[in-house]
Design a binder for this molecule. Structure first.
Ligand SMILES: [Zn+2]
Length: 234
């Protein structure tokens, strides 16, 4: 990795997971790129605490950039008010050093997974459903990806999205902060804590469990990392 190119973290989704992640990333010194198509809504205010009442109706990416400018002056931020899709994902992800998956729908999670695998970009998966949150870091070519666990995204009607099932602030906060901590470890060249390890936080019982996830032979991530890609242990 060249020192002349500033390292950047792409945060996809600046809601329940992405907002707490930003509070941690703000201190990390990396350039941040934010992707989200949604405006700030009243229901976001209690758990996405970087947003204020005056931000209602404003794009989340713009409100998040204002919060960063006020609370972490000097942090370089680029905003993209759009939904990550197959047309824009490659360019956005290829420009990043590390990606934080903070979206709430399975289709976009698998898109992030697949493009990160294709471009050799490490990312932190994160998901919250009700009182349970999960996160795992994926290092392409080295550790298990989402498709090692689930070959395909669940059908739309089978998957209760966070929007429908409701997500609880403290659980999302814990997961988002954990994802951001992994991003900062990667940027600093420190060992990752959750590469190939799924952390599950059961907010109802206050328990945290970490499970090792093995790579699935034949998965699309089952390839050698491209020359020049930085991999664990190298
Ligand atoms: Zn895989």
């Amino acid at each position: 990795m060249s020192d002349s190119v500033k390292q950047s973290v792409l945060v996809v989704g600046v809601g329940g997971l992405g907002a707490p992640a930003l509070m941690t990333l703000a201190r990390g010194g990396a350039k941040l790129a934010l992707v989200d198509a949604d405006p700030v809504e009243l229901s976001n205010l209690p758990r996405q605490i970087i947003y204020r009442d005056a931000d209602r109706g404003q794009p989340k990416v713009a409100a998040a950039a204002r919060w960063l400018a006020a609370n972490a002056p000097g942090v370089e931020v680029v905003t993209h008010r759009l939904m990550l899709d197959s047309a824009n994902a490659h360019a956005l992800i290829a420009a990043a050093t590390f990606v934080i998956d903070a979206v709430d729908n399975p289709t976009t999670k698998f898109l992030i997974n697949d493009v990160c695998i294709e471009t050799g970009t490490p990312f932190a998966y994160g998901g919250v459903l009700g009182m349970t949150g999960q996160t795992m870091t994926v290092v392409p070519g080295r550790t298990a990806c989402l498709r090692c666990l689930f070959e395909e995204p669940p059908d739309a009607d089978e998957s209760a999205s966070c929007r429908d099932a409701g997500i609880i602030g403290p659980v999302a906060g814990a997961i988002g902060i954990t994802q951001a901590a992994e991003a900062l470890r990667w940027l600093r060249g420190e060992a990752l804590e959750l590469a190939g390890q799924m952390l599950t936080y059961d907010g109802r019982r206050g328990r945290i469990r970490v499970t090792e996830i093995g790579r699935r032979p034949g998965c699309r991530c089952d390839w050698r990392a491209p020359d020049g890609a930085r991999v664990l242990g190298s």
